[in-house]
Design a protein around this ligand. Structure first.
Ligand SMILES: [Zn+2]
Length: 706
């Protein structure tokens, strides 16, 4: 919650004096030691080299240590300003370099950056612990905390005192010395294990490719998919062949359209076995170790398990609440999925097939059933979802709702030629922030899509520092003479990440330490945006045929709407199974020994997952929970969906672009960061607590099941 906790994975060991000396030599020509004179202070990427990171991080750590020492050893009586506020402002230099480093680690990594991450991760872990376990510092914070109600603090200041104090308590500040020592060890070990997990995953994903040599093995694939595979082959120096990979724009269309059942089986099996191949990239041992260290840490902190420990800080509060929601949805979703499986089996039979539906058949036959039932084919939609048009559609929605404008700038530095940069202006023309987009897969980019920042909004010396925000995705590329044409799902993802982006861009709070919101609230601003992506009046603005400029016809919009609930049993079940698996891993108690595969199988068998559906993430590649911040938190998407379905209900009632509703959403949710309790923010916007009914309706799960 405090910004230096959020940003840092891990921290530093060199003595301040030594650091100060080395830093002078290292500072020469190191852009991290200068004030950036670039437009809006965007990092000067073209000047930043790998060798600049370690000296800059070490110096940043040393600086923050000096700042912390000064606060902790102050002879003055502890006050909000000289303790809590000063702590919040500390670590600015480290934030600056760490933001660049962690973003590049996700979007444009290489062996050198990965080696640097292994070097600095234990330093970051140590710095974090040295701050949270600093007894003098904690004593001062506690004193400010005890007097907080008598101190005439503004609401945001009071909140910062409470959150800071809580961070320290939850970071082990009240523990006896030997437990503090053990906690440090655990944190250090975990920071390295998560890094290793992520590295292995990227390598496993890149290690596989399906090379097709015979044209007949391309049977069923749409021309754009074939063209992309030919481009990939060319890039791999396999001209004249076709290459498919485990990256999203390659594997999913292959599984949806390829008529070659053996090849479908081959590529899906490779995908599902990542990190589970018994080679040096196998993740099973690391993940079991992570889970057991988390259980041990929870015990030290006085919680029965990791899930209980982390959920205290979420809207859900307890594991029972999470299991409650997940189980409530599981039963109807599984019933719908079974019905879908039967429909697919019937389609196999109808087409003359004599085999049992398997996981590698699901997407293929789902597409056939969809075509038969709704006369809708994904490749029929793509021409209307040209990437640039979809992006303009998202900008249009932000303009209609909040009056924002996005101006492309070519003078802003970028870390890769594929990145595009925009200046964002508010309704009154004032500068709101900088927005970067990076849309296509590369070997150095991890999978998935995310929003993050090179600078977070906050106030410094009374001045509003505006943010630098980035959206990173893995969307279909342009091929041959055709531009990048997105699927409907990619279109929704673009709006989703843009929603996170708006949450960061519109923020207006004083303290960086109050920037974070609970994990199960954070998907509200993103998921609500997906609703505008498919709203007919919005599609008519941006969904234009890339060749003819023709606006998407009503008949196609109607088909999309009719097919909206199609295959939702599958989507909900594969997601819920992953959420339950995540929870199960984090209900482990200290000292329990488990074996990864057996544990996963038991978790999935217990809920009766259909053999034809693979859990969305198997444990060895469940990066969200083993190398990202979603442990005991993968349920957050559906929890937030309860919120966003209910919140979008307000727009449905008042109008898609109703100015008063939009202003209220902006002021009560998007601008507020974590300055208030999430439920309080929500109630201010909606006037009541959210109801699950909108979600059940949206997913078509409100049908009575026997
Ligand atoms: Zn999201």
């Amino acid at each position: 919650m405090v910004k230096w906790l959020l940003l840092f994975v891990g921290v530093a060991s060199c003595a301040p004096l030594l650091a100060a000396q080395t830093s002078q030599a290292a500072a020469q020509n190191n852009p991290f030691f200068e004030e950036w004179k670039t437009p809006f202070g965007v990092p000067p990427f073209e000047r930043i080299k790998e060798e600049h990171f370690v000296p800059a991080i070490k110096e940043g750590i040393a600086q923050q240590r000096r700042e912390i020492d000064e606060i902790a050893n102050s002879k003055k009586k502890p006050t909000f300003a000289n303790t809590v506020e000063a702590l919040d402002a500390s670590g600015e230099q480290l934030d600056k370099v760490q933001a660049v480093f962690s973003n590049l680690m996700g979007a444009e990594t290489n062996d050198q950056l990965q080696a640097i991450a292994r070097e600095v991760s234990p330093m970051m872990s140590a710095l974090r612990d040295d701050i949270l376990l600093n007894e003098k510092l904690f004593a001062r914070i506690s004193e400010v905390w005890q007097q907080r109600l008598r101190s005439k603090l503004a609401p945001e200041q009071l909140r910062l005192v409470e959150e800071t104090h809580k961070q320290f308590v939850r970071g082990g500040a009240n523990l006896p010395a030997e437990k503090k020592q053990r906690l440090r060890k655990i944190n250090e070990e975990m920071s390295l294990l998560s890094l290793k997990f992520g590295e292995n995953m990227l390598k496993e994903t890149n290690a596989y490719r399906l090379v097709i040599e015979k044209k007949e093995d391309l049977d069923g694939l749409p021309p754009n998919v074939v063209a992309a595979a030919a481009d990939a082959a060319k890039a791999a120096k396999l001209e004249g062949k076709w290459v498919f990979t485990l990256q999203a724009p390659s594997i999913w269309p292959f599984l949806t359209y390829s008529k070659n059942r053996e090849l479908r089986q081959q590529i899906l099996t490779a995908y599902a076995q990542r990190g589970d191949n018994g080679n040096d990239r196998d993740n099973k041992e690391a993940l079991v170790k992570i889970a057991s260290l988390r259980a041990e840490r929870a015990k030290i902190m006085g919680s029965p398990n990791h899930a209980a420990f982390v959920l205290e800080e979420r809207m859900a509060k307890t594991p029972d609440q999470v299991y409650g929601l997940l189980n409530k949805l599981w039963t109807p979703a599984l019933a719908v999925a079974k019905k879908e499986a039967a429909d697919l089996q019937a389609m196999i039979k109808q087409e003359g097939g004599d085999f049992k539906l398997e996981a590698w058949d699901w997407r293929f036959y789902a597409e056939r059933v969809k075509k038969a039932r709704y006369d809708l084919d994904d490749s029929e939609l793509r021409p209307y979802f040209k990437l640039e048009n979809v992006r303009e559609g998202a900008f249009y929605v932000a303009n209609r709702l909040y009056g924002l404008t996005f101006i492309e700038r070519t003078d802003i530095p970028k870390y890769h030629t594929e990145v595009k940069t925009f200046e964002v202006k508010d309704k009154d023309g004032s500068h709101l922030g900088v927005f970067l987009v990076d849309f296509h897969p590369r070997a150095g980019k991890r999978g998935g899509a995310w929003s993050s920042g090179y600078r977070s909004q906050r106030f410094k010396a009374g001045k509003d520092i505006r943010p630098i925000v980035v959206n990173v995705c893995n969307f279909t590329r342009a091929t041959g003479d055709s531009p990048a044409l997105l699927t409907l799902e990619e279109t929704e993802t673009l709006f989703h990440e843009f929603g996170h982006g708006l949450h960061s861009l519109l923020r207006r709070i004083h303290y960086g330490g109050l920037g974070g919101v609970p994990r199960d609230f954070v998907e509200l601003p993103s998921q609500i945006m997906e609703n505008w992506a498919t709203a007919p009046e919005v599609m008519k603005i941006y969904a234009k045929h890339w060749k003819t400029g023709e606006v998407i016809p009503d008949s196609l919009i109607t088909k999309i709407q009719k097919a909206e609930k199609f295959n939702q049993g599958f989507a909900t079940v594969e997601y819920l199974a992953a959420s339950l698996l995540d929870m199960d891993w984090h209900m482990l108690t200290e000292g329990t020994t488990v074996q990864a595969t057996e544990f996963e199988n038991r978790s999935l068998q217990k809920i009766g997952l259909l053999p034809e559906i693979i859990v969305r993430y198997r444990s060895p590649y469940f990066a969200h929970i083993f190398s990202g911040g979603y442990s005991a938190g993968y349920y957050s998407y559906i929890w937030s969906e309860v919120l966003d379905s209910d919140a979008f209900g307000a727009f449905k009632e008042k109008g898609l672009f109703d100015p008063a509703t939009a202003l209220s959403f902006r002021q009560n949710i998007l601008e507020k960061g974590g300055t208030m309790e999430a439920m309080d923010m929500y109630k201010r916007f909606r006037g009541r607590e959210p109801s699950v009914e909108f979600l059940l309706e949206k997913r078509g799960l409100n049908v009575p099941v026997n």
